[in-house]
Ligand binder design. Structure first.
Ligand code: PMP
Length: 360
């Protein structure tokens, strides 16, 4: 019987083998603080090689294109992304010998830009406030006839025409996005839990994580409740009335929420949506770092905020799993910094945050 290759029994051929098989960790203090009866467990996706859950889809989409014979050494991959998919694609491209061009809204952190550059990717910044179908958006419409079918790929579509031997993996439509979670993240979660899981909570960006995991877990046990977090200002949540009042609201949390519904976000796998605010998300991310020692990013705070609200429905002996998508490495000059928090209005006083750290 062939044994699965793991960190304990082999030397990896390259770093792409260190994507997946991430640890799950109990959030003991946070569960207690919020008075949860159930167990709260985090799936720590920042332990992937490139630092996020999106490494899984970067690798799988590239390998899918290779299998189809569409991607050959020296070719270029182009992708509109909030950063982490770009890092996943650029990491796989660096290892396998492709070029990467990433279109990225201005809102996304300098840390992501620097990592992308270090991985050899070319970056094109786009205005954050541009609507998804504006020609200026990283996912904006440009060439009408072509973009009629893939309107979210406008800027990338423009580039793909200019750059020879280039292609767009297209995380918004590519089945290998949800499949990376259906065959990877969700299988791991179910196994690590020994099949004992009552609720899964995750934020939604493209929706690949929540839809891929939701489909797998519901097939295993239709009673597992799937909960998605969506920032105020985004329109992904259902019922629609949850999004009311958020029109035109911009939010600072990166990687989740959109002003259009991506094709891969199959919302039939989501039982409940919870709207979240920036301030509570960033404060929760800092709490995860300070109290649980988990060096996660802002959208991890969002997911845990939704988890502590939704998991109140669960009883003693039940288990809620929450996905922590990326690392604080992406936000060293943002929410990790006391002055940034103060200037963003997420705390009245930087020294208040420092004092709170000392007290705990
Ligand atoms: N959090 C972060 C930081 C991300 O970069 C992403 C991906 N955009 C997500 C959450 C959401 O993942 P998905 O696209 O699978 O919904």
């Amino acid at each position: 019987m062939s044994e699965e290759k793991t960190i304990y029994n082999s030397i990896y051929d390259n770093i792409l083998e260190h994507i997946g098989n991430t640890p799950m960790v109990k959030l003991n203090k946070i569960a207690k603080f919020y008075g949860l009866e159930c167990e709260l467990v985090a799936k720590c996706e920042f332990y992937n090689a490139g630092g996020s859950v999106k490494d899984r889809i970067g690798k799988r989409m590239i390998e899918g294109l290779e299998k189809d014979g569409k991607l050959k050494p020296g070719y270029t991959v182009i992708e509109p992304t909030s950063g982490n998919t770009g890092i996943g694609l650029a990491l796989a491209s660096a290892v396998k010998g492709y070029k990467a061009v990433i279109t990225l809204p201005e809102k996304m952190s300098q840390e992501k830009v620097d990592v992308l550059k270090a991985l050899g990717a070319e970056i094109i910044r786009t205005p954050t406030e541009a609507a998804w179908d504006s020609p200026d958006s990283h996912i904006g419409k440009s060439v009408f006839l072509f973009s009629f079918f893939t309107p979210h790929l406008g800027v990338a579509n423009r580039l793909v025409k200019e750059i020879p031997n280039s292609m767009i993996p297209d995380q918004y439509n590519n089945v290998n996005n949800p499949l990376a979670h259906y065959h990877g993240t969700a299988v791991e979660i179910f196994r690590q839990c020994g099949g004992k899981i009552d609720m899964l909570v995750a934020g939604a960006g493209t929706g690949g994580t929540i839809a891929g995991c939701g489909k797998y877990l519901k097939e295993k046990n239709p009673n597992i409740k799937i909960v998605a977090a969506d920032p105020v200002g985004s329109i992904l949540a259902l019922p629609e009335k949850l999004n009311e009042g958020g029109e035109g609201v911009s939010y600072k949390i990166e990687g989740i929420g959109y002003d259009f519904v991506p094709d891969v976000l199959k919302r039939q796998y989501v039982d409940e949506w919870i709207k979240t605010e920036d301030k509570e998300s960033f404060l929760m991310a800092r709490k995860l770092i300070r109290e649980e020692g988990l060096l996660c990013g802002g959208s991890s705070g969002t997911a845990v905020i939704a988890a502590v609200k939704a998991a109140k429905q669960l009883k003693k002996g039940q288990r809620c799993v929450v996905i922590l998508p990326d690392s604080v490495r992406n936000y060293m000059t943002k929410f990790l910094n006391d002055n940034w928090m103060k200037e963003a209005g997420f705390t009245d006083d930087a020294s208040e945050l420092a004092a709170e750290r000392k007290r705990s």
